[in-house]
Design a binder for this molecule. Sequence first.
Ligand code: G3H
Length: 258
Amino acid sequence: MVSPRRRLVAGNWKMNGSFAHLGAYMDALVQRLTGAEAACDVMICPPHPLVSLAVTATEACAERCQPIAVAGQDCHGQDQGAHTGDVAAGLLAELGAKAVIVGHSERRTDHGEDDATVAAKAAAAHRAGLTAIVCVGEALAVREAGDHEATVCAQLAASLPDGATPANTVVAYEPIWAIGTGRVAEVGDIAPMHQALRRTLEARLGAGAAALRLLYGGSVKPGNAAEIAAVDGVDGLLVGGASLKADDFDAILDAYRR
Ligand SMILES: O=C[C@H](O)COP(=O)(O)O
C-alpha cells in the first residue's frame, strides 16, 4: 500500500557553503526544478549565517518553481539567554526558517548532546513554530552487537518531547556508520529499523503516529536514492554531502519524479 505521507528531501549542508556558493546553488537548483517538480517537499539546511539569504533566495523564485523550505541545523533548548554561540529557535523562525535539525549524530558526538538535550531542543523548536527534524541512529559497534533496534528506538522515545505531532516533527534515521563514509545501509538494514521506529512512534503518539514522516539519511547519492526512496516505510531522505551540489541534489530528487 502506498503511504499517504508526503515525502520530504532535505539537504543538510553541515559546516559547508558560503555566500557565493549559496547564490550559484540556488540559481542552479531553481533552474532544474522549474518545470520539473518533484513529488516531495524540498528543503535545504545551510549553516545559520546563510539562513536569511537562503530564505530570500527561495522567496524570490517562489513563482518559478515549487517551494524550497529552509531549515537550521541546530537550536538551543531554551528560548533565549546566556548561551554564547548558540542559536534560538525563535530567531531561526524570525529569519524565515520552517524547520530545524536536532539531535544529529555529529551534534551528539561533537557536543555531547544526550536524548534529554535533544528533546529540549525539539520542544524549543515547537514553541517557535518550527518543525523539529529529530535524528537518531546507532554506532557501528551497536549494530554489530545486534542491539541496534532496541538502542535506536529507545533513543527516539527519549528524544521526542511531549507535544510532538506529525505537523511539528519529522524523524530521521541515520546510522552513524553510514554517514559520510560511502558505506550505504542495505534495504535489509533500513526497512526493519523503520518498522521498529514506526512502532515506537505508535506507542508514544498513538494513532497520530501514522502521519509522522520518517526519513533515512546516510551516504544517499544520486546512484542509490531511488532504491532507498522505494524502501517500505521511508518517507524521504536527509542528504548530507550529496546535497552540496545542486546537480546531485536535483538528481536525488529524481527518486520522486518517477
Ligand atoms: O544529515 C545528513 C546525514 O548526516 C548524511 O550525511 P551524508 O549524506 O554526507 O552521509
